[in-house]
Ligand binder design. Structure first.
Ligand SMILES: Nc1ncnc2c1ncn2[C@@H]1O[C@H](COP(=O)(O)OP(=O)(O)OP(=O)(O)O)[C@@H](O)[C@H]1O
Length: 281
């Protein structure tokens, strides 16, 4: 499968000398959902700011759809049409007076006519359950509502690649489930998704691929189930195995699942495997 976005050998230090990225390489495959996992301070947010051209590496390069990212004014504008970013802290993203105005800003800036822009904004507000809050001042939203408004703004741009820095942080259960449903739908429609999270169960449920970050570099990248079923690798980045995988691997060890069976990524998948296997033993 082709790479839609690549980071190669990125190095970056913040003014003041803190080194955040150390020879970091990452491949985002077209149409996939990639989870970025790693401990606090590993460099995940700094990478996202490189992937949409906000920060420029001191060494290394970014390729967007096979072309080197261009930092000219026009190059950055084109880059951000392709790569959308939802920042970790919604306060850094929201700037317009009301939710509706904030979500409208991007589509209007793309040069869409008012009708087309409005249709996108309405769809994004509905998808994030924000229709009732459309006229609310952004500074009067709760933390979770702000997060949803920031995501709506990025979704309304309809980028080919959407980067989400800890998208479920601060969301309640229902908002999290709604967001997962939306991300699954965007993915089914062809959008490539990259999200960082500390929630290994979410990564297991949603991601096709996983990249593990440690100290400014990617120490492993591959298919989600393969990476997430390796406890030694996960321990290096201070993470546990997803619960469903722990149960499936324990069931396999106790002969309740066949040795070679694929590991499930949903509870229903696990039950199905166990039912099939119990019919045979
Ligand atoms: N504006 C900044 N100025 C100086 N250093 C920074 C700045 N932002 C981040 N850093 C440092 O860069 C390193 C990487 O931070 P980054 O925010 O990218 O990590 P992260 O993996 O996203 O962490 P978390 O999981 O806590 O959000 C950390 O050591 C952090 O202290």
């Amino acid at each position: 499968m082709t790479a839609i976005l690549r980071a190669e050998g990125l190095c970056y230090s913040f003014p003041g000398g803190i080194t955040a990225l150390r020879d970091l390489s990452l491949t985002v495959r077209r149409g996939r959902k990639l989870a970025i996992l790693g401990p606090n301070g590993a460099g995940k947010s700094t990478l996202f700011l490189h992937l949409n051209g906000t920060l420029r590496p001191s060494a290394g390069r970014i390729e967007v759809q096979g072309q080197p990212g261009s930092y000219s004014r026009k190059g950055l504008a084109d880059w951000r049409k392709v790569v959308g970013l939802v920042l970790q802290d919604a306060d850094d993203q929201l700037f317009a007076a009301t939710v509706f105005e904030d979500v409208s800003f991007g589509p209007l800036n793309l040069g869409l006519d008012r009708e087309a822009a409005r249709a996108r904004v309405e769809a994004a507000l509905q998808a994030l359950n924000l229709t009732d809050l459309r006229d609310r001042a952004t500074h009067m939203l709760s933390g979770g509502q702000k997060k949803r408004a920031a995501i709506a703004g990025a979704v309304a741009m309809q980028p080919q690649i959407l980067l989400l820095d800890e998208p479920t942080a601060g969301l309640d259960h229902r908002a999290t489930e709604d967001l997962i449903t939306l991300l699954e739908r965007l993915s089914a429609d062809g959008m490539t998704l990259v999200f960082s999270t500390h929630d290994v169960d979410l990564a297991h449920r949603l991601a096709d691929d996983v990249a593990l970050f440690h100290d400014g570099a990617v120490i492993a990248q591959g298919e989600a189930t393969e990476i997430l079923s390796n406890p030694a690798l996960l321990a290096q980045v201070h993470l546990r195995q997803p619960l469903l995988l722990q149960i499936a691997l324990a069931a396999r060890a106790h002969g309740l699942l066949p040795q070679g069976a694929p590991l499930p990524d949903t509870t229903e998948g696990l039950i199905q495997l166990m039912q099939n296997w119990s019919r045979c033993v």
